[in-house]
Design a binder for this molecule. Sequence first.
Ligand SMILES: CCC(=O)NCCS(=O)(=O)O
Length: 349
Amino acid sequence: MSNLSGRVQTVLGLVDPEKLGRTMTHEHLTMTFECCYFPPPQGDEAVAANPFQMQHMHWLRQNPYSCHENLLLQQETDAVRDELRVYKQAGGGAIVENTTTGLERDLPTLKQLAQDTGVHIIAGAGYYVDCTHSETTKSMTVEQLTDVIVSEVLNGADGTDIRCGVIGEIGTGWPITDSEKRVLRATAHAQTRLGCPVIIHPGRNPAAPAEVVRILQEAGGDIGKTVMSHLDRTIFDEGELLEFAKLGSYLEYDLFGTEMLNYPYNTDIDMPSDSQRVKTLAFLVKEGYEDKILVAHDIHTKNRLTKFGGHGYSHILKNIVPKMLTRGISQRQVDKILIDNPKHWLTFK
Ligand SMILES: CCC(=O)NCCS(=O)(=O)O
């Protein structure tokens, strides 16, 4: 048994899982999303170049990826620090920071934020989607990728001694590329060696989550200790959702606060509203999946910070939980979703 067993690994070291409290399992505190820049609608170039004005707030919410400056969350560490203090006051205890290689992960900043705010921060190991894989990453074998991921958890990442406490978010697209498949296999191998939590970013297709699970399973991964992120923009049909849920992963609704008409990365997708998300959670609870649900905001652009008129990291605690309680989800079930499920997922075997 390793010294990680039965513990959660934060950027400040190992902690007793009981200490986490309410946990958002999919956030970003410092990163860049330049890899996913999407050109603005024709005629909107001037707004995109000068977005942070009151009269442009609605445009920015509808077109968050069409403005370079909005994608640079790493410029807002002071605002994020203030927000984490608000999150703590609102009853938050921990945050899983999902920034992996390809998104400019910054572990020293995460460590400083944890020290400054008292919020437990758990950092992510591994690689984001294919378009961010370097030539070196693309040329690595599964064994080499596994060694890197294991080392990020056991020794520290990016030349620091700051250790990651989860693998992910591991990025995959649709269809899943060869390089992404190698990273998935390495993730499963590393998970077998470490007994650690894994979290996946699936492609934007209803078949994508199950295909990822198939690849992980074939490589020996522990699906019961794996989170499937972004289900809110991926699986819409209730029957398909229940089919996927049967595979045994955690089911994460992590885009709370995101409401947009035209989702640029796949215009066939209708991004749900927060009310629709709550309805889906109530459905999953009714179907017996209360032990498998996780929630978060996945803040990854500036406009979602309260400094820029956004909902911030406390939106779920302040606004969504009261709504859940009026839609058939009990306080005990809310506590499972916010406290118990994250704790069980994050604890090393
Ligand atoms: C890095 C943040 C991220 O990948 N978020 C998911 C965005 S989306 O695929 O749901 O649009």
